[in-house]
Design a protein around this ligand. Sequence first.
Ligand code: 6PG
Length: 250
Amino acid sequence: MTMNQPQLYINADLPQLSQAAATFWLQQATKAIREHGFFSVALTGGSTPKPLYRLLSEPARYKGLDWSKVQIFIGDERVVPHDHPDSNYRMARETLLGHVPVPKENIHPMQTDGPVEQAAQDYARQLQGLLPLNESGIPVFDLVMLGIGEDGHTASLFPHTTILTEYEKWVAAVYVEKLSSWRISLTYPVLNHARAIMVLASGENKAEVVQQVMNKPDDKVFPVQAIEARGEMHWFVDAAAAKALPAGFQ
Ligand code: 6PG
């Protein structure tokens, strides 16, 4: 299976990265709705996407998008209450979901108030029921959004954790020693089979990971490098995150 080369978009700063990413996101949404009647997206957590989500919540920007045909999922979640400051669902609600006319029934948060393994199984069942399945029976997102940590994690696929070898389950619970906390996350099989993946990276602290991904793709030292997208993969970075790339790299 030939893997698609990642597309790299270097922007001056986070505001411009967010503008470019918002345009891409809306293009993906419009295309998916036109092609098969709805748009399924797994939102990323963290802080990088906040300006992007705020842009997407502007009516003048999303005009013409039929939010009733948008299905919102979460790529990974911290196992905290949904109103906890660390909750990715809370962050998405505050910056986007609470400001756009997406029907409540189209928003699918990961449940974090019960046994984590059960929550992972339940979420996988939701994916199976709501998303098209490919020839291997794997749920296919129209778009998966990812961020990266400076340790090269993406979603909750952290270095030295059990989830890195999880290729059966589509959603898994994982205990992250370095954070002393549980996470629930999509796994590589589901991430890899998305029609499109967009990765957001801003700041100098992400430069080493960006450089490794783009410049040494065969030297896989970071979990994000194990993403082998069957569909398109688009990296939206700012100049700070791109600073370790060779001059003129594109
Ligand atoms: C999370 C995210 C995680 C995030 C990276 C980058 O739950 O934290 O899903 O993978 O994207 O840690 O986070 P920042 O955008 O805050 O740097």
